[in-house]
Design a protein around this ligand. Structure first.
Ligand code: SAH
Length: 372
């Protein structure tokens, strides 16, 4: 169908991309086909990276033709790809409805890592995050979340290798809980990419009810909590959702969170010059985390136009880290990868076709000019 717009084709067929294997079996049954074909199809999509039914050569011609008329595998379309000096690669992807998202590949850290988005934009509006400026445009479907992994694995030729996934792209994964968890189940299926939940890290600002739900998930990813502050007032200023789910409650939930042997919760802490980077902050952080099995990941701010904070000097970052380490906390300082292509933490914001007012303002501040 050469000139049929994506959305037209989309409206007439059933999308398999958001389905777990068992759901594809049910769909096949409804179409009057044998359910065992579901495994073949699933393996083509995920293990072999093929979504065109014509190329699924172990299915009969009749089945392929029938499938092509009834179903599709919605797949994010690669629009642009930029590689940073340090090898970090940012992928701009377009979804069926024309919305755009970004995913990032971070090589050798020491393993290969995909940084995946869970929403178009984000509702959390953290004061230092550019994605927050977009607001929430919509949730991603499970298929769109897992689809980013398919596209990146295909593009990078990493389908058969081990890679890590961090849910640290655009969006708040616990604000799109069901689709995020479903994507993890799809990615975990042994007939597909077989990504172990041990290789997945979910980063959250701490949406409390969802965090508590996560505690009883059968397929549990590693947990990272974006803390960023050591008092309720300070956190409310930086992370508005703290008004609803406060620092103390989140730390309580973290303390109760079930951890496997040798596993620890990561606390992320963005360092903002003169705001939350003083020795007093470091000492308060030590007291807050004292009885939690955790490690701390310090993220010196990635600055951007429109973000009213500054990145502290390295000496300040080191002083902060040293206080934590001296008091027995395991601490790392996140290297900012891909800052030259705006692929670093908090820098994902989609430009182009559908700019929000905030994006336009940010672009103007950067002196790029605004065209759409
Ligand atoms: N919504 C999830 C995932 C977001 S991104 C969460 O809040 O955890 C992953 C991390 O990048 C978060 O800790 C986030 O606070 C941080 N981040 C956001 N903007 C940043 C910036 N400008 N510089 C450095 N880190 C930033």
């Amino acid at each position: 169908m050469p000139n049929v717009p994506n959305s037209l084709a989309a409206s007439t067929t059933t999308d398999l991309s958001s389905m777990e294997l068992a759901e594809i079996e049910t769909a096949l049954q409804q179409f009057g086909h044998a359910t065992f074909h579901a495994r073949q199809i699933f393996s083509w999509i995920y293990a072999k990276g093929i979504v065109d039914f014509d190329q699924m050569t172990d299915l009969s011609r009749e089945l392929r033709a029938d499938l092509a008329s009834r179903v599709r595998v919605a797949t994010p379309r690669l629009v642009e790809k930029h590689t940073s000096e340090d090898g970090t690669t940012k992928f701009l992807l377009e979804l069926e409805d024309g919305r755009r998202i970004e995913s990032v590949f971070i090589p050798d850290t020491p393993s290969q890592t995909f940084c995946i988005s869970t929403q178009v934009g984000c509702a959390m509006k953290c004061g230092f995050c550019l994605t927050g400026k977009m607001g929430l445009l919509r949730n991603l479907t499970a298929g769109e979340i897992a689809g980013q992994v398919r596209v990146l694995a295909n593009e990078l030729g990493l389908r058969t290798q081990k890679f890590n996934i961090v849910l640290m792209g655009m969006g708040e994964p616990l604000h799109n809980y069901d689709n995020t968890m479903k994507a993890l189940r799809i990615l975990n299926d042994p007939h597909g990419l077989a990504v172990s939940p041990k290789r997945v890290t979910l980063s959250t600002v701490g949406v409390l009810p969802a965090l508590e739900r996560l505690a009883s998930e059968p397929l549990m990813p590693n947990l990272a909590i974006s803390l960023h502050a050591t008092t309720e007032d300070q956190r409310e200023m930086l992370v508005p959702v703290n008004r609803k789910y406060g620092l103390a409650e989140i730390l309580d939930a973290a303390r109760r969170f079930p951890l496997k042997r040798r596993n620890r919760i990561t606390f992320e802490y963005v360092l903002l010059k003169g705001v939350n980077d003083t020795p007093e902050d470091a000492h308060r952080l030590v007291r807050l985390l004292g009885n939690i099995r955790c490690k701390v990941n310090l993220i010196p701010l990635n600055e951007a136009a429109g973000i009213p904070f500054e990145r502290p000097a390295d000496a300040r970052v080191n002083r902060f880290a040293a206080i934590l380490a001296r008091h027995g906390l395991t601490v790392s300082v996140r290297k900012s990868r891909g800052r030259d292509i705006r692929a670093a933490c908090g820098q994902l914001i989609v430009e182009g076709a559908r700019r929000s007012a905030a994006q336009k303002a940010a672009a103007l501040l950067e002196g790029e000019g605004v065209s759409s």
